[in-house]
Design a protein around this ligand. Sequence first.
Ligand code: ATP
Ligand code: MG
Length: 557
Amino acid sequence: METKPEKSLNFIHEIIEEDNKTGKFGNRVHTRFPPEPNGYLHIGHAKSICLNFGTAEKYNGLCNLRFDDTNPVKEDVEYVDSIKEDVHWLGFDWQGREFYASDYFETLYGYAELLIKKGKAYVCALSIDDIGKFRGTVTHAGQESPYRNRTVDENLDLFRRMRAGEFADGAMVLRAKIDMAHPNMLMRDPILYRILHAEHHRTGDKWCIYPMYDFAHGQCDSIEHITHSICTLEFEVHRVLYDWFVKELEIYAPQQIEFARLNLTYTVMSKRKLLELVQGGHVKGWDDPRMPTICGLRRRGFTPGSIRNFADIIGVAKRNNVIDVSLLEHCLREDLNKKALRKLAVLNPLKLVIENFPEDEVEEMDAVNNPEDPETGMRKVPFSKYLYIDEEDFMENPPSKFFRLSPGNEVRLKYAYIIKCTDVIKDDNGKITEIHCTYDPETRSGLPQSNRKVKGTIHWVSAKHAIEAEVRLYEQLFLKENPEEVEEGEDFKANMNPNSLQIKNCFCEASLKEVKSGEKFQFERQGYFCVDPDSTSERPVFNRTVTLKESKAKTQK
Ligand code: ATP
Ligand code: MG
């Protein structure tokens, strides 16, 4: 059995162990993953999912799935469904604890009335623009709203009429009454409720006022008795506000802990930008295999294990940083190397004729299914006079270090014989159309006398047995390590890689005829491939998940 080296605790787990020592939460650990259902999840969310669900698992605690659905305009059930699918696919389960901020709208409304009654909230009729102007700057105190000193009764009456639908969108808002000179701008009488005559995907037209995210998020954690509210660093400045609500409302107080969000090279990670790529037709959809979305990664051929392992390796930090996307690919290769069955496929077919091989004879060669997993055994692959090899494995005038096929030179055909190139056939334009060879019958793989060594081994398929398939080869979606680095007047889309998708017709061994969407293989020497849902029995379609080795020619830095 493999033993994992004892890893030191991350800083969040240190906090939890300390809390368990002092009994702060009665040794309970209860986390939650709180997505807003306004887009598909991406690899950054996967980090948060692994952290929240993983932490609960580690400490025999619980983790809720909570949809922060406070913005009816941008949210949709399509997103809710995809989020649930993605969390499950990653291997986590919320055991029925599926909650929605909208479940708590009545409670949140009650909290708002309570603040009004305590003189801690007021209805303000300044326009959104003016609220902004009155807020002041980091160096200058803000200015109090002329509506700040309404009486409690007046505020209650107005707020109830806001709820009853008496006012138009934007006519007024409910604000907390905190401190217009507070050094933290978020404490300068933040907005708690706004009027929005909009249909909500769960509550329909029941509400025409909606709580702001800041007024909902912390209280939802409180209602669910979350112990450790793990969130990303940008919420650090919001913590005082959340603590203020909890204190004023005299409700249960979770501990918020912030960590650095995941950033990856050559990748944009914000849902807004990913939506822009989808809506602008720059990719084929949320699950385009070039997208950093979980569904995109899944379609590309990523495994849940590789993503969880990646999350584990990068760990959690307190400071923002950027992770090299090649680390994610490394985790994927490690996982697929153990699991993927090997197959022969030729991506750039070049005909090869073995002159001294009998015309109609077919030999069955023994091929290893997965050298990393002996239990997968061997399979037979047919060998005949007419083969395809990869164009890149032949050079007419090779440099000295080229050990593949060239005129007069020998290579081994994997699982088969040593061949020697005797002739090169070209068309009228001088393009090579066919290679002629002879084979040495004494060198059949696996036979005792086949020990003769040659420097190169190449792959092949038998022309009459091979099936045709479509392969989709991918590069990074962006040319720059930091896609946000743009010239004045441009946006991140200016950095898109025009060659991020290349489609090819290839020939592969016949055992790939009956493949199912999502199945993964290693095409020997070509990379790992995953069957795309577009695949049919007439025409299999494979996405190249990742090459076998990190490509040396990195795109421009
Ligand atoms: P985006 O900025 O990409 O639109 P978001 O933070 O608005 O993402 P939410 O649905 O609010 O998306 O996020 C749900 C959870 O996932 C939050 O707890 C958030 O902190 C976390 N999360 C989002 N992006 C990342 C990231 N890049 N790395 C780690 N955690 C993330
Ligand atoms: Mg958000």
